[in-house]
Ligand binder design. Structure first.
Ligand SMILES: N[C@@H](CCC(=O)N[C@@H](CS)C(=O)NCC(=O)O)C(=O)O
Length: 198
């Protein structure tokens, strides 16, 4: 049984979406975290080393950080083919875009949000415009990051894009809007939203 350490309306909500897609047995454990306004605080029950969400425990095996949790869960629950497995050709794109999400995409948006100049050639990420161009190039070739099939990669990117939909830090793109629609109209997304308050 998977335990998801979760706080509503945070990055952990999309793991309810993923668990629903996987039809995995899971329970939600609501925890506190620090909040944007300086309130809240880490929950001693949460195994994430920084007290962040998401984290999961699989009968005592702890996994934290979104990309790692995505890989762990899709490897463990392969029935619905939500993540390419080792040996499948799409596995390369799967791992690459998941790592890109944590190491490039999120820092790029945070840089833009904070108006930081990205020291190109030194920072491990790149300006958001360049990152978005790479994503648009990928989604011009195929409907999803790994190709023709929806995967956990799309859970991370599409829910992030949905969050930034009306923000000036995300330039408008019909291609991205269509992509987000393809993902958030999935029934598992609606189930996740219904369940996210515990
Ligand atoms: N790098 C983490 C980010 C997780 C994260 O920052 N989560 C926020 C909620 S959206 C959080 O728990 N913040 C509380 C804190 O920073 O202590 C991941 O991708 O899983």
């Amino acid at each position: 049984m998977i335990t998801l350490y979760h706080r509503p309306n945070t990055r952990s909500t999309r793991f309810i979406f993923l668990l629903e897609e996987l039809e995995a047995p899971y329970e939600i454990r609501l925890v506190t975290t620090r909040t944007r306004d300086g309130g809240g605080g880490p929950d001693p029950a949460n195994p994430h080393p920084l007290g962040k969400v998401p984290a999961i425990s699989d009968d005592g095996v702890v996994v934290f950080e979104s990309a790692a949790i995505a890989i762990y869960l899709t490897d463990k629950f392969p029935k619905n083919r939500i993540g390419p497995l080792p040996g499948q050709p799409e596995r390369g794109a799967y791992l690459s875009w998941l790592a890109f999400y944590s190491g490039v995409f999120e820092p790029a948006f945070m840089s833009k949000f904070m108006s930081w100049e990205v020291p190109r050639g030194t920072a491990g990420w790149a300006p958001v415009e360049e990152v978005l161009a790479a994503i648009i190039a990928r989604l011009t070739q195929a409907p999803f990051f790994t190709g023709e099939r929806f995967s956990a990669v799309d859970v991370l990117y599409a829910t992030s894009f949905a969050l930034f939909a009306n923000s000036p830090i995300l330039p408008r793109s019909a291609l991205i809007e269509d992509y987000v629609k393809r993902v958030v109209t999935r029934p598992a997304f609606a189930r996740a939203i219904a369940k996210q308050n515990g």
